[in-house]
Write a protein that binds this ligand. Structure first.
Ligand code: TXA
Ligand code: MG
Length: 340
């Protein structure tokens, strides 16, 4: 069932959210918007409900889910201890695109954490998500609402493309804002460690709590380092056709495009607004003017190109700083070739 929310303040919308919450409380799966991407929710205190998430997405069983709650008090009820720096981070960034990995107190069932002793918890910054979580009044486990391996969904249509017929409902709240997922931060050590770059940047975290580390697996993308967020080891975000990322000047990108077209490949490109007029290809897609807009349109771009249109997608690369860290992390995972 599709619940279309036009204006969260209308009585009709409130009734739809109540209905969606009833499905969740009855152990069903419902997709809903957050400020980052759409999530596929289920009652995090009900292991059969949580199992339905893994089934619908085709998600590997060893990949833990994030528990979503509406308030700081509810967040604290899922974990055993909160270091001082986490209090600071919560004050500054929650609700917002950040997930804290903390020791679990067992309030959520084992398949949420995939058997780990820690749990990822987050307060989304989206009025529909917050209303829904309040109406449920239980923590809601929610991974991104895509088929495992596909780009995350930033609209209800993306969710529909992937999961229609596999889930009980979708709450349609229009396109999401941030466009890349939350920053996952391991908060079990003296210094916070970024396990997945996301909507809150390393620079923003460091301005609040001082030095922050990156999971070595994010820096060494060869197979030498095993990522500490289980989900980070999987192929991800893959578009329908091979994606190539090209570093360096646009002339080089144009050369590669020309070579590919010469051997008969149809080439689609993903470009910033500034680069757009400078490149010739069979099909072009604008990601946006600045890195915030590029992040918000990235998954739409990766889903835009179909096998029927192009044989290869070529994307420019962006500076690995600020929100660019999250964008480049997703692009590297989605790409089959990275020309440096
Ligand atoms: O923005 C988001 O975070 C979205 C929206 C829906 O909230 N959710 C999302 O969930 O991206 P998912 O399941 O697609 O990604 C969660 C990531 C995975 O890489 C997972 O391995 C990691 O977080 N994770 C979750 N719990 C963890 C834990 N206890 N320890 C280490 N990593 C964890
Ligand atoms: Mg995901």
């Amino acid at each position: 069932k599709r619940f279309n929310i036009k204006d969260i303040n209308e009585a009709k919308s409130k009734a739809l959210i109540t209905e969606a919450a009833q499905l969740l409380r009855a152990g069903q799966t419902v997709a809903f918007p957050t400020e980052t991407v759409y999530g596929l929710g289920a009652d995090a205190t009900n292991s059969e409900a949580v199992a339905r998430i893994f089934q619908a997405k085709g998600r590997p069983q060893d990949n833990p889910l994030i528990a979503h709650v509406a308030t700081k008090e509810q967040l604290k009820k899922l974990v055993t201890e909160i270091p001082d720096y986490v209090d600071k981070l919560i004050e500054k960034f929650s609700p917002g695109p950040i997930t804290y990995v903390l020791p679990s107190n067992g309030a959520c069932v084992d398949n949420v954490t995939a058997g780990l002793s820690t749990i990822g918890v987050r307060i989304p910054d989206h009025p529909i998500a917050i209303e829904l979580l309040k109406a449920c009044n239980v923590p809601i486990a929610a991974p991104s609402a895509n088929l495992s391996g596909k780009p995350s969904p930033t609209s209800a249509d993306h969710v529909w493309q992937d999961l229609n017929g596999r889930i009980a409902g979708i709450v349609d709240g229009g396109p999401t804002g941030v466009g890349v997922e939350s920053t996952v931060v391991d908060c079990t050590q003296k210094i916070p460690i970024i396990l997945r770059p996301g909507g809150v940047t390393r620079e923003e975290l460091e301005n609040t709590v001082g030095p922050v580390m990156m999971d070595p697996a994010l820096v060494d993308i060869s197979e030498n380092e095993k990522p500490r967020a289980p989900g980070m080891k999987y192929t991800h975000y893959a578009p329908e056709v091979p994606l190539w990322i090209i570093d360096g000047p646009l002339e080089r990108m144009q050369e590669v495009i020309n070579e590919q077209r010469k051997i008969g490949n149809r080439v689609g490109v993903l470009l910033s607004s500034a680069s757009y007029p400078q490149i010739q290809a069979d099909n072009k897609w604008i990601l946006g003017d600045h890195i915030q807009e590029i992040a918000s349109k990235l998954y739409d771009g990766l889903r835009y190109y179909k096998q029927s249109d192009v044989d290869i997608i070529i994307c420019e690369s962006f500076p690995d700083e600020g929100l660019g860290q999250a964008v480049m992390n997703r692009l590297r995972k989605a790409a089959s070739v990275h020309l440096k």
